[in-house]
Design a protein around this ligand. Sequence first.
Ligand SMILES: Nc1ncnc2c1ncn2[C@@H]1O[C@H](COP(=O)(O)OP(=O)(O)OP(=O)(O)O)[C@@H](O)[C@H]1O
Ligand SMILES: [Mg+2]
Length: 497
Amino acid sequence: MATILKLVGLTKDFGSVRALSNVSFELESGEIHCLVGENGAGKSTLIKILSGAIAPTGGAIHIHGEIFKSLTPALARKLETETIYQENIICPDMTAMENIYLGTEYRNGIFYDKKRTIVEAKKLIDTMEVDIEPLEILRNLSPAQQKVVQVLKAFVKKAKILILDEPTASFSMNEIETLLNIIKKVKLQGTGIIFISHHLDEVFKIADRVTVLKDGEIISTHKKGKYTSDILISDMTGREPSTFFKKRHHQAGEIVMEVKNFSRKNVVRNVSFNLKRGEVLGFAGMVGSGRSELARLIFGADKKTAGVLFMNDKEINIKNPHAAIKHGICFLPEDRKRDANVNYQSVADNIVISYINSISALFRNIRFEKKESKKYIDLLKIKTPSESNSINNLSGGNQQKVIMARWFLVNSQVFIFDEPTRGIDVGSKEEIYRLINELAEQGKSIIMISSELPELIAMSDRVLIMKNGTLVGEVTGSDINEETILSYSIGANKLVS
Ligand SMILES: Nc1ncnc2c1ncn2[C@@H]1O[C@H](COP(=O)(O)OP(=O)(O)OP(=O)(O)O)[C@@H](O)[C@H]1O
Ligand SMILES: [Mg+2]
């Protein structure tokens, strides 16, 4: 197979931070080359150079035999490279079809042939076996469907190179399968694909080759069938993989919080449950089953249309997040970028912000704040030159860790964590599990929403399952396993009363 992309000795410095160091990397046409590594390893920096968003400090990029010192977005497009970033939606107000055929619309003479484009879009969606209404506005589609639209766009254009940066974060298992299948079809067309993921099971499913980056350097490249997950983990972290996280059973005490008949339009319907002291209560369900929406109602981020909340047997009325924090309920939202107020301040300020909001300004203790922020930078291995660095300079996963650290500092009673390990590398995930277990051991109560069943199973003392906005099941003990939880999520089991 032909090499279509070759990076030779690529280096990138951000001020004093060396994000990439002498990186050499190759991509063949019709190959899926996965790129893995810890948070801050340099993966996104590498693809930003390839999409022309940033210029390297040194080295060369060979594409189709031509040599470049750097690219621009226009040049990358001309070289038929398509990049799919984690967050960006292409044109949210256009239909799925218009997005797919952007620049490749069918024409009748000089006129846009809408009828033909609709027919072709339907055919394409059929052959790809996806469930998308071509005339639906992109914004109304699920995040997974939006991602599929972007991949279909690259497919229709017959892109030479397709780059995906953590495309499956927050997808359900079915959605991941669908996306991986489409990517395989794009590959069959001869496109060379670079695929970044923190999920090693995805890597095993689709990679022809996998390259490990660590601290900006290439550590290893392995061919399909020639590596194990232990090899990848030890290449990524530089240490032997620890035995997978062991389940800890927490001593649950009395009921701390009671949610009764919570509803909001059709999103959350008549949900009731209780939460005990020292318990980790898992919430399973498909993406869109209403778990995050329920969490937002409890926290006062959205208004409920019905329902009452009891804390320590007293009815309380939470009108907004500020009131929730005052009553001892805190919430790590799923969409950190949008909801968690990531701002241009320093890493340290971002770690202590919720703590400061929860105490009286009179009690501020700068030395304590500094000590604590350093502690969490260390514990969660937040990659930053110093605690005074701006949070915006951190890699995606390291920003997530900063926002996560905020809540470990707050003296709250109930912690609601929505997808706490999203975008976080294998090694740091374990540290987060350990910190959550510590909270439970101190008698705090935790609600954990996660689409990653293995972590939900390993962490939860009890799991509630949601579907279409309502609770459809509750499992405890040995029933906390994949088969049982899945059968409730897809509706094969009836609600146990
Ligand atoms: N604009 C910037 N200014 C300063 N430093 C930056 C900038 N962008 C990235 N860095 C640094 O470069 C390094 C590599 O970051 P990069 O985003 O490439 O990591 P990554 O491998 O994609 O990590 P993640 O898995 O967390 O997404 C990090 O140490 C990061 O802090
Ligand atoms: Mg990244």
